[in-house]
Design a protein around this ligand. Structure first.
Ligand SMILES: Cc1cc2nc3c(=O)[nH]c(=O)nc-3n(C[C@H](O)[C@H](O)[C@H](O)COP(=O)(O)OP(=O)(O)OC[C@H]3O[C@@H](n4cnc5c(N)ncnc54)[C@H](O)[C@@H]3O)c2cc1C
Length: 164
């Protein structure tokens, strides 16, 4: 899976009234109609029971300049630490979930199904609200256990049929 390049997100939820987050790259689209996505969380992580109990989560897609947040929410030994939401500034989104300022896209989801698979829980979320963040910022990428950045702006059209 390390050869499969992905973006990087921080999945957030509330523990009571405290925002909590975890760095996640196991984030995928599942269905277009209705709009469903999936995040896979290791069952041993402190946040996994919180997500299950809240029944809701937000996905904050990180920009290339948010690597420090990715590290902090993956429990790097930094200050301010994860117990204070990595010092990230955030706002409640339209459905009230914590959205990190500067994310390039955010989704707020209600959990509609949960599957247990191996050592992870798969949370299928119905997308209740979707916001595009900064348009001018490239995504933070993850490849072979390292961060990757888009250096060249070159892209090319898809000849096959794109989803949707
Ligand atoms: C690029 C990237 C992608 C990743 N993708 C995924 C993924 O898709 N799915 C996945 O499951 N993991 C993923 N991870 C790993 C995940 O982000 C880390 O493993 C995890 O955040 C590290 O936490 P931990 O191992 O210290 O365990 P945790 O259980 O998160 O924390 C250990 C202990 O620290 C304490 N603690 C931690 N945070 C707090 C807090 N906020 N408040 C109070 N106490 C706290 C608790 O006592 C807890 O028991 C990814 C990591 C990276 C870098």
């Amino acid at each position: 899976m390390g050869r499969f390049a992905t973006g990087v997100s921080v999945v957030t939820t509330f523990d009571g009234d405290r925002p909590q987050g975890i760095t996640v790259n196991a984030f995928s689209s599942v269905s277009l109609e209705p709009a469903l996505v999936m995040v896979a969380l290791d069952r041993r992580r402190f946040i996994t029971p919180m997500v299950r109990a809240a029944g809701r989560y937000a996905v904050n897609v990180l920009g290339a300049d948010q690597q420090a947040l990715s590290d902090c929410f993956a429990h790097a030994p930094v200050s301010p630490g994860r117990e204070v939401f990595c010092g990230a500034s955030w706002q409640p989104g339209p459905t009230g979930l914590p959205l990190i300022d500067g994310a390039i896209a955010t989704l707020e989801c209600t959990i509609v199904e949960t599957f247990s698979a191996g050592d992870h829980d798969l949370f299928i979320g119905r997308v209740d609200s979707l916001q595009h963040g900064r348009q001018d910022t490239a995504p933070l990428l993850y490849y072979r256990r390292r961060y990757l950045r888009v250096q060249q702006g070159a892209d090319s059209p898809v000849e096959g049929k794109p989803e949707g």
